[in-house]
Write a protein that binds this ligand. Structure first.
Ligand code: AMP
Length: 618
């Protein structure tokens, strides 16, 4: 059903479409798809030719921006004002991208207090979110042109390893483009949906999604069970793709024709022609066995077997990553049911051959590898629109989420690999009498100490009514939505004081860092356990010290002088052990103090009860 909207500025009537579109916001290319008559189709340009929109934004002299093919044409002539690969910057801090800065032909800066990078174009600064929103807006207009109606709702895909910050940034870019982003979906999940895998209710499969694009390689291993998509592992290389194939061909020609490297530096035009010829030869050799071209009088040729020898080492690197991914998923190669090919570079026959050889079965390559992710996003959108009611599609969170408790310990609330959406909570209390504020610091990671994990943010629950320590009941709820975005709710249950915050990470985490964090947690499990035991002993000891001091204060009247003195001595001894590193000494001192004060506490209780009874007139 279509709604009718009114454009107030122009006074015209505009149709509002109920269609939810699927968008693949890629590093090199982006595209938009939707379901027409029950079938997913990618939207073409006005010439009816290309579905791919280069993910490039160019700013002209008037600071007006161009997107897509038009922007790509400016890449060589005006690199400073032409922004490509902005996806690599989403949700990232300057620190994250510093060592790959040379890769970008434009200027990346870090001046912002929230530490997210910005891109500088002359005297203006743009966030990766803004730049991505221009690409999304372009796609939105493209499909609006075809459907002759306004589009408001979308599903956008992201790599499986994208963290909270990167997902949030993608969602914000959608918002900025005027889209209500109903769901952020993992690219491999979308790809498998495009192949119809995971669409039937009682299906159970393990699949590999092999995604080799222009500049990046990702391999994801997914377990699909009753509409639940679990990412078992991801691996890849953020700087490996079809561009490297082109470079290998160029280097080959430079070598055999003895082309002077200085000429390439000085004659940008010539070097660009050479690069385009290399790409053309690569594409042609996907179906032909010979290729030749004349560039500025230079006769260049390449045959299929030479081409394959040039790129074989690059493909071998992807196979090594596949091996790691399978190992991380704790599987054997023959347990993989399907291998789905994604990305333009999987059109190269040798890629398919070597991948099929490694997995020991034929790969799924029937769909256009450039379009599968967008097509799958459109299918997911259709499910969300309620057109496939039996299906619930769920992804999984890659790292544990928790809060800092006393002593810097990580208390995990939603464990890693939980299905999203997910809601979990736990009760905490205060550690000081009359405590009215409580800091809630939220972390992501697998280590026992928060200092080794990544902080997502913190907030303070204010206005807890004064109560003795231990009495307030503070419930912390983690609500992880279907996009992997976290909301944290803190509520003091006795008074109803409550606060909710959406966690916005300060900066992103790269795939490598995430892998490293998991690795660290395994490597350090033993030392972490020891540290955790020490910190827990210290926390408990501090609580006991506070209770003992309070006990003496409140019960002075019924205790003898020597009892008070021994209690004080034992308390001081315990305080001393807390300063040390030996948890056994702390535990021993706690036991000593407990043993001595326990009969005193009983006596005090009896006296208190007697007094209470005496005061009562029966
Ligand atoms: P993507 O990032 O998925 O859009 O992939 C683009 C990459 O696929 C570029 O490196 C293209 O040169 C490459 N590509 C596109 N078509 C072909 C083809 N027919 N044969 C080989 N590579 C191709």
């Amino acid at each position: 059903m279509a709604k009718i909207g009114i454009n107030l500025k122009e006074g015209s009537v505009v149709k509002e479409s109920d269609i939810i579109v699927g968008i693949d916001l890629g590093t090199t290319n982006s595209l938009v798809a939707y379901i027409k008559d029950g079938e997913a189709i990618a939207v073409k340009d006005t010439n009816g030719k290309n579905t791919l929109v280069p993910s490039i934004v160019h700013f002209d002299a008037q600071k007006k921006h161009l997107v897509g093919e038009e922007a790509r044409e400016k890449l060589v002539a005006d690199p400073q004002n032409t922004i490509y690969s902005v996806k690599r910057l989403m949700g990232k801090s300057y620190n994250d991208v510093q060592n790959v800065e040379h890769y970008f032909g434009y200027e990346i800066i870090d001046e912002d207090e929230d530490k997210l990078v910005k891109v500088r174009v002359e005297d203006k600064f743009y966030t990766p979110i803004e730049l991505s929103s221009y690409i999304l807006d372009y796609l939105k207009k493209r499909i609006e042109g075809v459907l002759k109606a306004n589009i408001r709702k979308a599903v956008i895909t992201v790599p499986a390893y994208f963290n909270d910050a990167q997902r949030q940034a993608t969602r914000d870019a959608g918002k900025l483009a005027g889209l209500d982003v109903l769901r952020i979906v993992n690219e491999p999940t979308a790809a498998s949906l495009a192949y119809g895998i995971g669409l039937s209710e009682d299906e159970s499969k393990t699949i590999a999604v092999y995604d080799l694009g222009g500049g990046t390689f990702d391999i994801s291993i997914l377990q699909i069970d009753n509409g639940i998509f679990e990412v078992l592992s991801t691996n890849g290389d953020t700087f490996l793709g079809g561009d490297d194939f082109d470079r290998a061909i160029m280097d080959h020609w430079i070598k055999i024709h003895e082309i002077d490297p200085k000429r390439l530096q000085q004659e940008k035009d010539f070097s660009q022609k050479l690069r385009l010829a290399a790409e053309l030869s690569k594409k042609k050799l996907s179906s032909d066995v010979n290729f030749s071209i004349n560039i500025d009088g230079l006769e260049l040729s390449l045959n299929k077997s030479t081409f394959e020898e040039l790129i074989r080492p690059l493909i071998t690197r992807t196979i090594t990553a596949c091996k790691s991914a399978i190992r991380d998923a704790e599987l054997e190669v023959d347990e993989i049911d399907n291998i789905i090919m994604v990305g333009g570079s999987t059109r190269v026959p040798l890629v398919k051959e070597l991948v099929a050889e490694f997995f020991g079965k034929a790969v799924d390559d029937k769909l256009n590898p450039d379009e599968v992710v967008a097509l799958g996003a459109a299918i997911q959108a259709d499910v969300l629109a309620g057109n496939n009611k039996n299906l619930l599609l769920i992804d999984i969170t890659p790292l544990s989420l928790g809060i800092e408790t006393v002593g810097g310990l990580m208390d995990s609330i939603i464990p890693r690999n939980s299905k999203v959406p997910h809601r979990a909570g736990r009760q905490y209390t205060t550690s000081i009498d009359g405590q009215s504020n409580m800091k809630i610091a939220v972390y992501q990671g697998e280590r026992d100490l928060v200092e080794h994990n990544r902080k997502l943010g913190e907030f303070i629950l204010k206005g807890i009514p004064p109560m003795p320590m231990g009495l307030p009941k503070i419930e912390i709820q983690f609500i992880l939505d279907a996009d992997g975005i976290l909301k944290v709710k803190a509520k003091e249950l006795r008074s109803g004081v409550e606060q909710t915050v959406e966690m916005r990470s300060q900066y992103g985490l790269s795939e490598e860092e995430m892998g490293q964090m998991l690795l660290d947690s395994i490597m350090n499990a033993q030392s972490d356990m020891a540290t955790r035991a020490l910190l827990e002993a210290r926390n408990e000891a501090n609580n006991i010290v506070r209770s003992a001091e309070k006990f003496i204060q409140q019960n002075e009247a019924i205790l003898s002088e020597s009892e008070i003195e021994t209690t004080k001595n034992l308390t001081n001894a315990l305080k001393e052990t807390v300063k040390g590193e030996d948890k056994d000494l702390i535990n021993k001192a706690m036991a000593d103090l407990n043993e001595f004060t326990s009969p005193l506490a009983h006596r005090a209780m009896d006296v208190n009860i007697k007094e209470a009874m005496a005061g009562k007139k029966v």
